[in-house]
Design a binder for this molecule. Structure first.
Ligand SMILES: [Ca+2]
Length: 261
């Protein structure tokens, strides 16, 4: 370090360090929950630092000092992404804390009939698709679980019989990076986990040119069928079609979450 620069550091008032330091990330509890109007979550946000003001949003946007101030437990009754930042008069704003709430049926277990790519197993392993954590809309986020050339095939166990109205499969699309949506999604349901019957199927149009990159949700109506087990098959396009970058190579599908309502 040049001497002049060293002197600058030595002369700095200790209060300067406080000013340049970052407020600690707030802690949200619970940070993930299944919720409903009859069973809301009571959510608290705390900071390890005195004198902070915590601002939050419920729509997934980044909080600013204009966002609502946390003043006590928040009751969350429906699907929401809660983000919180602690602001301190003498420090830089904290990193953002994120929490996920879903008004969908709790999934007790997930069984894979087709494993994801060993290179993209998902940050939470087998729980990646049912941990309520949404990935950021960029392929490098490890919260995406990837399938290279092969299909997704899973069975969800809801723990008990439910009336099923909709399945949501949350995906990522980046055609220039070999990442495509499934070409078809098939949903079968079962009361006992042995005998399944098909309830819905959705074909997705093959793109004729690269689509806008981003997260997508595929919604499949389940018509009120009563079941405990839900089998989801999402068919991979297989190989990148002609007219796209890397045509002929294996195509990826990326998923971060599956919801049943
Ligand atoms: Ca997830």
């Amino acid at each position: 370090m040049p001497a002049a620069l060293g002197n600058l550091f030595l002369k700095r008032d200790p209060a300067e360090y406080v000013r340049w330091s970052v407020a600690p990330q707030p802690v949200i509890n619970p940070s993930r929950a299944y919720v409903s109007p009859s069973e809301p979550a009571s959510v608290t946000i705390t900071s390890g630092l005195e004198g902070v003001e915590i601002h939050y949003t419920l729509d997934g946007s980044e909080p600013t000092e204009k966002s609502p101030v946390y003043q006590g437990p928040i009751s969350i009754k429906g699907t929401a992404v809660l983000k919180a930042i602690a602001f301190h008069p003498e420090r830089r704003p904290s990193p953002v804390a994120t929490a996920f709430y879903s008004q969908s049926y709790p999934v007790k277990d997930i069984i894979y009939f087709s494993p994801p790519s060993s290179a993209r197993p998902g940050a939470a392993g087998e729980k990646t698709l049912i941990d309520l954590v949404k990935a950021r809309p960029e392929a490098r986020d490890s919260s995406w679980q990837g399938y290279e050339g092969n299909n997704l095939e899973i069975v969800l166990d809801l723990g008990r019989k439910q009336d099923l109205y909709e399945l949501e499969l949350s995906c990522f699309e980046n055609n220039n990076a070999r990442i495509f949506l499934p070409v078809r999604v098939v949903v079968e349901v079962s009361v006992n986990g042995r005998k399944f019957e098909g309830v819905a199927e959705k074909e997705l149009a093959l793109p004729d040119k690269p689509q806008t990159t981003g997260a997508r949700s595929i919604y499949i109506p389940l018509k009120g069928s009563e079941a405990r087990f839900v089998r989801v098959k999402a068919m991979n396009i297989g190989t990148v079609p002609e007219g796209f970058r890397n045509a002929g190579q294996k195509a990826w599908m990326l998923f971060d979450e599956v919801y049943v309502r």
